[in-house]
Design a protein around this ligand. Structure first.
Ligand code: SF4
Length: 360
């Protein structure tokens, strides 16, 4: 494995953290989870903020805390309730892991949030970043965080071309982050560097003119700001073609719960026929899954189709079409799905794509 030579320790003096902490005292964001040392609250906020912007995440955080104010409340809820509260945030494995971790805390730690890093790290869904954030912010334990903001700040400050998406690159950045960490106030320092990346050292058009670290920023001096940090692997986006059947019988329609290892596990959706390419309705009715579903239905009425804008996930682009079809009675295969009255649709946690369709 390739190793990256770290910037000499002489350049990582305490002046960096002092400048970051002074900046944070004046410019740091006033967020609802900043006024607590409760590890449960810090954990929930950190998980929500992964892949979610602060503005959107704050509303979810407040709602989540109201519904599940502590570990016991979260552990005592059903997975469906947790997913419903998470609906619209995406990356639903985060919600399932929160739920599983709360249950683990109850069964293995008597319902008390663990204090030791190794115990925190052992919980479902908690990786190095989240464990470091919780332990440093809640307990002032000396663990450096490394998220997208920190990668950007460090790579720019020291003008580093270490790829942030390789194991060797990440390891080298972690060593540097640990060397930078203010050992006396690790929680405060971690929040300061993350906020600095989110507010001042932005991915595009960073505020270099007002930056308190400008005089020490090597990429600013070298004119490399716009090319830091460096990534080696370009993520491939896979197209997928979803044909949803909204089968209506009177006031009822059908849902099914997604299972398996695919996206949106545990969420509800309309019966789905996934195809390897875009498909017209007349082609769709000739497919095997359509026949299986409509096998003993004598007559049905096609009402309308709706082509949705491409639904972009991190590695997938979902091309979805919704077909409304009316039947007079359910077939045997349809009865095996979840028959739901239209007025109760809101009780079910659905993916954002379905939510978007329903709100049209
Ligand atoms: Fe980031 Fe610009 Fe400050 Fe360098 S000078 S740390 S690039 S904001």
């Amino acid at each position: 494995m390739k190793k990256y030579r770290q910037t000499g320790p002489s350049t990582v003096d305490s002046e960096y953290s002092a400048l970051l902490l002074s900046w944070y005292a004046l410019q740091g964001r006033d967020l609802p989870w900043r006024c607590t040392r409760d590890p449960y609250r810090i954990w929930i906020s950190e998980v929500i903020l992964q892949q979610t912007r602060v503005a959107q995440g704050t509303a979810y955080y407040l709602r989540f805390m109201e519904r599940f104010p502590d570990v016991a409340a979260l552990a005592g809820a059903s997975e469906d309730e947790v997913l419903k509260c998470w609906q619209g945030l995406g990356y639903y494995s985060r919600a399932r892991n929160l739920h599983a971790a709360a249950r683990r805390i109850v069964s293995c730690f008597d319902g008390v949030f663990p204090v030791e890093y190794a115990d925190v790290r052992s919980l479902p869904g908690i990786g190095d970043y989240t464990a470091s954030a919780i332990c440093s912010i809640a307990y002032d334990a000396p663990y450096a965080v490394l998220d997208g903001n920190v990668f950007r700040v460090l790579s720019r400050l020291f003008d580093l071309d270490w790829p942030i998406d390789t194991t060797a690159g990440r390891r080298a950045f972690l060593q540097l982050a640990e060397a930078m960490l203010d050992q006396t106030r690790p929680g405060l320092y971690n929040q300061a560097v993350m906020d600095f990346g989110a507010i001042c050292c932005l991915p595009v058009q960073p505020h270099c003119t007002d930056c308190p670290l400008q005089a020490r920023c090597l990429s600013f001096a070298a004119g490399h700001v716009s090319v830091r940090p460096v990534k080696r692997i370009r993520a491939k986006v896979e197209p997928r073609y979803f044909n949803y059947l909204i089968i209506e019988c009177g006031s009822e329609l059908l849902l099914h719960r997604r299972e398996g290892k695919d996206i949106w596990r545990g969420l509800y959706e309309f019966p789905l026929i996934e195809t390897s390419q875009p498909m017209e309705y007349l082609e769709l009715v000739r497919t095997e899954p359509f026949h299986a579903l409509f096998e003993d239905v004598e007559e049905w009425q096609f009402l309308e189709s709706t082509l949705m804008p491409i639904h972009q996930l991190s590695h997938q682009a979902i091309h979805a079409v919704f077909y409304r079809i009316k039947v007079d009675q359910w077939s045997e295969a349809m009865r095996r799905l979840c028959v739901v009255d239209r007025s109760r649709l809101d009780d079910y946690a659905v993916p954002r794509l379905i939510e978007r369709y329903l709100s049209r």
